[in-house]
Design a protein around this ligand. Sequence first.
Ligand code: HC1
Ligand code: SF4
Length: 575
Amino acid sequence: MIKARINQLDVEVPEGTSILDAARQVHVKIPTLCKHRDLLPTAACGICIVRNKGGNKLIRACCTPLEEGMEITTHDSDIVDVRRATLELILSNHPQACLTCGRNGECELQTLAADFNISMETIKRYVKDVPPDRSTNCIVLDFTKCIKCGRCIQVCQEMQNVWALSFLDRGINTRMAPAGDITLAESPCVKCGQCSAHCPTGAIVEKDETATVWSALRDEDKICVVQIAPSVRVTVGEAFGLPPGTNLTKKLYSALRRLGFKAVFDTNFAADVTIVEEASEFVERFAHKRGPLPLITSCCPSWTDHMEKRHYDFIDNFSTAKSPQQMLGVLAKTYYAQKAGVDPSKLFMVSIMPCTAKKYELSRTEEMHASGFADVDVVLTTRELARMLKQSGIEFLALPDAEPDSILGSYSGAGTIFGATGGVMEAAVRTAYHYATGKKLKNVELTAVRGLAGVKEGEIDINGAKVRVAVAHGLANVEQVLERVREARKAGKETPYHFIEVMACPGGCIGGGGQPYGVDNERRMKRIAGLYQDDRDRTVRYSHENPEVVQVYRDFLGKPLSGKAHELLHTRYTA
Ligand code: HC1
Ligand code: SF4
């Protein structure tokens, strides 16, 4: 352990702890624009400078380990002046577009500029006019707002192993851009939005589609309906000052009705349907040897995009079940439309998702129009929904609780945990066990696949056979799992895993690229805890026992994997 002093306070930290992290232990916040808790330090911004007693130069707290006996000063008038000068340099190269920026009110640079009382009048400005990249329909890159902190590049290259973004050019001309200076759509980008979740400014934001939804809500020829994703219920409160993990499901139902949606559905219902289809696929492959193993989950659109681009040797392993978002959409435009007696061509389905890639998923393949209409018309991220709620003047947190619509609304505990890494696997195992054995899985919680370890493994006994499962989240973590399968294939050995879950974002959808800003592991764990609590609170915890799911099969779809289920609820992948 290292003993030292920070601002005359004793601190004791493990060797190798940075001054920045050590200062947090004594509740001293050293400002930084480049260091994010998820990422290694890059020392790019120079805001975190501090002084060590007797030292003749300022040192960067993010990348300097605290050493025995150091006496660090983090804030004095000289240090504040240097920080202000650094900020002025950054701002000299930054547009003054705060009032119209997607990060207005939530920008780390704007906050520091306010804290340091920067006066723009005194700053000479050199801002290049470079057009934004809107090529993906999910993510907007506004290069003029980039402060070259490098967070997005580290996220894209190291956390996601996608390498869509890079620093181009050198010296004063250094800039962030898609590698090779192509458009983001031409790059290997999988639209996960993790770059936007880690960007400190408005340089990378989701494509805002709130105006489209406002206009649909006003359009008398449209019947606007809505669905909310599993994770949104435990994150949207953060945009209104509530702690992460606060479950606002029933307030969301209420607020969405007040916004003008004619029916409020829950994606959790369709997560239960996805499980019924996917668990059936698994049992077909595992117990009846019809189809290749491992079965790999496919509900994360960034993951399917990545697989098609880079791991297409696994195409036949992918579950063909559509994601819950798409299943809910197609069931609304067929089953619900019939039952409610409404014209499906007038139905306008809005999904509230934690995810920027869901904006891409809705037009991914022609199967996403299986009813003759788009399964889903518009996707709003959690952040966009929060914006709409604020614009609407609805006092969201004061609303009375409400219920969802009575079909396509009820959900099991298995459906809600989809939003956490490992949740899809846990939900699938609960139902696959029942389908394979006819019995109820007694130990409903598959704790081996919970938590934030990058790769988690578990084993379940089904009729005396061991089912080996793996869960990876954060795309870089999937490589080792797939490599193990490839090695076994090459050696002609049995597959190391029978079932694999992959979610592109660290933590799963609770850490999605469209969630409220400020994600780190502490926040991820709180959001996940909110979902597991929701699971424990449900009277039904198995997808196949959800009474509305039973009803939709009985009245409309027939059996799992039936012809109709295939036509409406399944899709294809292409390399
Ligand atoms: Fe997800 Fe899914 S869990 S992909 O993370 O399978 O986005 O929350 O809605 O579709 O249900 C996201 C979350 C979400 C789908 C489900
Ligand atoms: Fe990389 Fe994801 Fe951002 Fe695309 S959306 S540039 S894959 S981090």
